[in-house]
Design a protein around this ligand. Sequence first.
Ligand code: ADP
Length: 220
Amino acid sequence: MDFRARIVTWTDVEKWCSSIRDQVIDSFVPDMIIGLSRGGLVPARILSDTLWIKDLISIKTEHWGITATKSGKAILRDPGKLNLNGRKVLIVDDITDTGQSMKLAYDFVKSQEPAEVKTATMLHITRSSFIPDFYGELVDQKNWAWFIFPWNVYEDLDNLLSKVLNGRASLEELKTLLLKNFDLKIEDTLLETVINDFVKAGRIISNSGVYSREKIAASQ
Ligand code: ADP
């Protein structure tokens, strides 16, 4: 197996965000949310709704270039200067895995001298060097997986398939390849929808239900 990958459902996202909301309400009254783009955007928007915080902005961190492949050090993309004077800030991301992105964002926000700053992630992996104040679920590092969030399905499946689709494969064979290489269990309907969209977008070639990355000559 290359590495484990797991599909995250919208129900999981709702459950984790609602757990974070409950923990925040019990201990902290933020007046501003900073979502870390891109992974933290949706949870940050959900928490902006459920915590009645209309002041929602985002800053961009970059770390993992390609699914489960770290592109060196985490960096913060030109956040500019934020006036956080007197603000009570909640920083939100999808996951703390190495913890580098959240640490970077936390240090930057702190440097802008807000009144208070706390952090929340939906998933927190035990190996992370940064421990968020609030998290939806703790994942033991021995259960590490690449979590495919509902807003990253196309990008992640594209990356996973590019690792395993060398020749040609039917939908059933693609499913088997994903299971064998990433222990990934994926609903037929989801895989079918995504593959059809990849074909429409020209990212995968379909030849009578057989898929490949390269154009196959008609006679073959
Ligand atoms: P952290 O600093 O906590 O490790 P990274 O800097 O490694 O976070 O990763 C930044 C972003 O990469 C995360 O916000 C998330 O979108 C994505 N990411 C990292 N690890 C995983 C994972 N195990 N599953 C899914 N996405 C991940």
